[in-house]
Design a protein. Structure first.
Lengths: 125, 404
């Protein structure tokens, strides 16, 4: 699979790789995908007192575009409110990274991950 | 730009320079460009001589008679011609075919086509090491079984099937036996004068010959008949019409002759490199070799680095050209059906890398590949939530995944 420059950049220099304390009240964790499908994404967000996402971390098992999609997403959600973050569409990610059609499901997974993280944090409140 | 190290010799091989030089003598006005079927003039005679010589060279490597070699465009065509040719010609004898789930698509898809035509096909499961249990084959044989098609060496995991025992069982039961030997010729000794095999498929480009060239061995004593798939001028005793591609044929002949002369020594060298590669992964956690390690060609190492997805590992080690059983390398998004047939979990299949070593691989290439793989597997595991979970002692098979 020949990828574009942006995928390669995120793949080679992934942003915000890491783990946040999943038990903290202001941390939301979204884990989506399945090993059987070849990709699993874990996205974590941490909100400040004003409800703004101040930190985002990810770890992803998957192909280059799955890693790039989650890396890009952590950059995008920082500084956003939960509602703003929830409005991010998979098509925005696919377009930004110029994903080939066969890899669009990776961006869908990233959208699922942020939605799952947001719902986790809302369930804690 | 420096090109990546090539470790994908089972996908294809470069043409050996000695082969390419021979081929170039059969193309231009200055060379022997004639049609081998032009039996009335010098140009035709020259080309015909070259084809005759190549036919003998191919026959010599595999212990066959030159008259038993039918030229084709490659192993895919040979497999089609053998399987459909037998099925159509002898359909009155029975309409049941037995094959293996780990066969190449050229065999599996041909069988699927015959199913659409009303034939019945049994697809056998291999054992976990990739080898066929002869008792499983025996149990699948029926009175109306016409043909058994089993590959000699598997393209993904490199395991070598015991075609002698399989062939003997077929002979006892009066069943035709076809072997796809695309991945074995030039790597494993083949003597068709003694092997109980009726039909065998070969490819040139897997053993340093040109792409677009292959052959089918069709036994003469007793005579095996086939229904032609390609009709026309009646070339190749009516089994495969079409003007013979002299330069391609000469290339295949030369490649087989070189293999005949150098195979034993080459195998020793390649095995040492493969073992060096494997030893280089010593001490890494969660590494699984796919397929039997003893009944395997020297140049193949198919290995899964658990919790790392194969395609992203291939990207990470892009200075080494390899292939993967990961879904993400295929259009279908399904992981390798060969590895799945061995009973591998999906994630292990997704995590597999196939290294295939060949004539031009060096020790330095192997050492570079080892260093890269070790570094990148560690990097990708640091990035992998599955690796975290494994380290925390979580059993991944018990997790309820939100499959998509």
């Amino acid at each position: 699979m020949a990828y574009g420059e942006k995928v390669m950049d995120h793949y080679e220099n992934p942003r915000n790789v890491g783990v946040l304390d999943k038990d903290a009240k202001n941390v939301g964790t979204g884990m989506v995908g399945a090993p059987a499908c070849g990709d699993v994404m874990r996205l974590q967000i941490q909100v400040d007192d004003n409800g703004i996402i101040e930190e985002a971390k990810f770890k992803t098992y998957g192909c280059g575009s799955a890693i790039a999609s989650s890396s890009l997403l952590t950059e995008w959600v920082k500084g956003k409110t939960l509602d703003e973050a929830a409005a991010i569409k998979n098509s925005d990610i696919a377009e930004e990274l110029a994903l080939p059609p066969v890899k669009v499901h990776c961006s869908v997974l990233a959208e699922d991950a942020i939605k799952a993280a947001i719902s986790d944090i809302k369930n804690k409140a | 730009m420096t090109t990546p190290i090539y470790m994908d010799y089972s996908a294809t091989t470069p043409v050996d320079k000695r082969v390419a030089e021979k081929m170039m003598q059969y193309l231009t006005m200055e060379g022997d460009f004639g049609n081998p079927a032009s039996n009335s003039h010098y140009y035709g005679w020259q080309a015909d001589e070259a084809v005759k010589k190549a036919r003998q060279q191919v026959a010599d490597l595999i212990g066959a008679d030159a008259k038993e070699i039918v030229w084709t465009s490659g192993a895919t065509e040979s497999n089609n011609l053998a399987i459909k040719g037998i099925a159509h010609f002898y359909h009155k004898k029975g309409k049941h075919i037995i094959t293996l789930k780990t066969e190449h698509k050229a065999v599996l898809d041909t069988c699927r086509q015959l199913e659409r035509e009303g034939y019945e096909v049994t697809y056998l499961d291999p054992m976990a090491n990739g080898l066929l249990d002869i008792n499983v084959l025996k149990a699948a044989m029926r009175d109306d079984t016409l043909l058994v098609s089993i590959m000699h060496v598997n393209n993904e995991i490199g395991v070598i099937q015991d075609i002698e025992s399989i062939g003997n069982l077929c002979r006892e039961n009066k069943i035709f036996f076809h072997v796809d030997a695309a991945q074995s010729a030039g790597k494993v000794a083949i003597n068709l004068a003694e092997l109980p095999v009726d039909l065998m498929s070969f490819s040139a480009h897997k053993i340093y010959g040109p792409k677009g060239m292959g052959a089918l061995y069709v036994q003469r004593k007793p005579r095996i008949r086939l229904e032609a798939q390609m009709h026309g001028g009646g070339h190749e005793r009516g089994m495969r019409s079409g003007t013979l591609a002299t330069h391609q044929i000469v290339g295949m002949g030369e490649a087989f002759a070189i293999a005949n002369a150098e195979m034993d020594e080459e195998n020793i060298r390649i095995r040492a490199l493969r073992d060096r590669l494997l030893a280089g992964f010593d001490g890494m956690e969660e590494v699984v070799i796919n397929g039997d390690m003893d009944a395997r060609i020297p140049g193949n190492l198919n290995i899964s680095f658990n919790y790392v997805e194969g395609e992203s590992l291939m990207m990470a080690i892009n200075d080494v050209a390899v292939s993967s059983g990961s879904a993400c390398t295929s259009a279908s998004l399904e992981p390798s059906y060969v590895l799945r047939a061995l009973g591998l979990t999906d994630e292990l299949a997704h995590s597999s890398i196939r290294f295939t070593i060949g004539r031009y691989t060096t020790e330095q290439d192997v050492d570079k590949a080892i260093a890269l793989v070790r570094e990148k597997v560690e990097k990708l595991r640091d990035l992998s939530p599955l690796w975290d979970m494994f380290k925390e002692g979580i059993d991944l098979s018990k997790v309820e995944w939100a499959a998509h």
